[in-house]
Ligand binder design. Structure first.
Ligand code: BES
Ligand code: ZN
Ligand code: ZN
Length: 469
């Protein structure tokens, strides 16, 4: 299902309409008859947020949002209202949105809600439901709503990648799909195969891949427009574990059920790169994606092993299920060669992050990037992909000291999200933000316009942050 957004200047009496109201809106100048006006006004008085007027030849849907605490929650409420009326809109072939107060950002959020909500993952259904594209006309607006179409398409792509099961998405598949998306949207892709990864001595990636029957990949996605405003690139790093069994430190069956989600960091980076390139943002951005599955086998890496990483630090592996940090560490130290302005990594890194804040936001940490983090937090409120910053005190460093190597890959029994972040901080020497998306990346109950299953959370955050950077 696609949502197509177009501009339009005239409305006929047959056009289905959506009218965004606010407190000051006067509905009297809409050529409704007196009964209709009375009905709508009554509903407004009762604080109905969605008012549907059936004129038989067409429907008029009034959106009458409740007051919210602040402007950010107002936007989020509009996205949720977009989700709530999707079923109604789905009965139309097209609908025209008329915003009588012409407040662009409200229209934008509302459209975003409709478009994001309009998603199903049917790739593996033998009987495909007939899916319908919705065309939404924006009336009398000079604003370019094509941007939302591109962003929401990118979110959809991320969700498809994350929803795709391991049986259909190995590390090489993920890399190839990233490359294909690059060809369409404009960024370039370089894929390192196992041989190249071996020659680079990326010990973390190779250790995790030891138990796999499939090859690892390391993909470099680059968007470097001629009009780039930043001299040094912004780098996005995404955890691309296409399936996490835990390895020899095997997970329970329950713990494995959704572990196809473990490449959501990578999926989010790919979606963000697509959104950035297709909207031609004037910023130099690079995506790095280390990828493999994590499995037990005769040759799998084992608890107690010591691994020499890409940057020559040695790691004592005490739990093979803490594999995300092993592959991310190599990617983070690889990022140094670009002398980046800022690096943001995204990963479904720890159950601890999900336990701490649930699926309502993203657990964040930073090193040498306080200002950038502050800004990202603000964009998080705007997009409702909110950040919850963890303490990052030196005390936590003690917990990952190893007796026999430089560091170990697990901490104590508490603060698991933080010790994972601390582990990664050993591999960075530039401004860096770490985003643990283990909670929000995948939900088992519908979460408004984000749907059920993969949510794509993070794509809009990264896109908007880089746009405003
Ligand atoms: N991929 C998991 C984290 C995860 C859990 C993601 C739930 C999404 C939902 C990660 O590789 C992992 O297993 N982490 C361990 C680390 C521990 C062994 C230190 C965890 O969080 O239990
Ligand atoms: Zn794991
Ligand atoms: Zn994992």
């Amino acid at each position: 299902m696609k949502t197509i957004i177009k501009n339009k200047n005239t409305i006929t009496e047959k056009d289905n309409l959506i009218i965004l109201l606010n407190k000051k809106s006067k509905i009297s100048n809409l050529s409704l008859n007196s009964h209709e006006i009375k009905y709508v006004k009554n509903q407004q008085k009762n604080n109905a947020e969605i008012i549907i007027l059936n004129q038989y030849i067409r429907k008029i849907i009034f959106i009458n949002p409740k007051d919210q605490e602040n402007k950010y929650l107002k936007l989020e409420n509009l996205r949720c209202l977009g989700d709530k009326i999707l079923n109604e809109i789905n009965t139309f072939d097209s609908v025209t949105i008329k915003n009588i107060e012409s407040d662009t950002i409200s229209t934008y959020a509302f459209l975003e809600g409709i478009s994001l909500s309009n998603y199903t993952f049917t790739n593996h259904k033998s009987k495909k439901e007939k899916s319908k594209d919705i065309t939404i006309y924006i009336c009398n607006s000079n604003d370019d709503f094509k941007e939302i179409e591109k962003i929401t398409n990118a979110v959809r792509f991320t969700k498809d990648l994350v929803n795709t099961p391991f049986s259909h998405l190995k590390a090489t598949d993920l890399a190839n799909l990233a490359q294909e998306a690059g060809k369409k949207s404009g960024y370039t892709t370089t894929i390192f195969n196992k041989k190249k990864i071996q020659s680079l001595k990326m010990g973390g990636i190779l250790a995790v891949n030891q138990g796999s029957i499939d090859e690892p990949t390391f993909s470099i996605l680059e968007w470097k427009p001629k009009n780039a405003k930043n001299k040094k690139p912004i780098i996005l790093v995404g955890k691309g574990i296409v399936y996490d069994t835990g390895g020899l430190s095997l997970k329970t069956s329950k713990g494995m059920e959704i572990m196809k989600v473990d490449m959501a960091g990578a999926g989010t980076v790919i979606g963000a790169m697509q959104a950035i390139a297709s909207n031609k943002l004037p910023k130099h951005v690079i995506g790095l994606i280390p990828s493999t599955d994590n499995r037990p086998s005769g040759n799998a890496y084992a608890p107690g092993d010591v691994v020499t990483m890409f940057n020559k630090l040695t790691v004592e592996v005490l739990n093979t299920d803490a594999e995300g940090r092993m592959i991310l560490a190599d990617a983070l130290s690889y990022a140094e060669k670009y002398k980046p302005e800022l690096v943001i990594d995204l990963a479904t890194l720890t159950g601890s992050a999900a336990n701490t804040i649930g699926h309502f936001g993203i657990v964040s940490m930073q090193k040498n990037a306080e200002n950038q983090h502050q800004k990202l937090k603000k964009v998080g409120k705007k997009t409702h992909e909110r950040l919850a910053e963890m303490p990052f005190w030196n005390d936590y460093d003690e917990l990952i000291k190893s007796d026999i190597a430089d560091i170990k890959n697990i901490g104590g029994s508490f603060a698991g999200a933080i010790t994972a972040g601390k582990f990664l901080s050993n591999f960075v020497n530039y401004p860096w933000i770490h985003l643990d998306i283990a909670g929000p990346a995948y939900v088992t109950n519908k979460y408004s316009y984000r749907g059920k299953g993969a949510t794509g959370m993070g794509v809009r955050l990264l896109y908007n942050y880089i746009k405003e950077y």
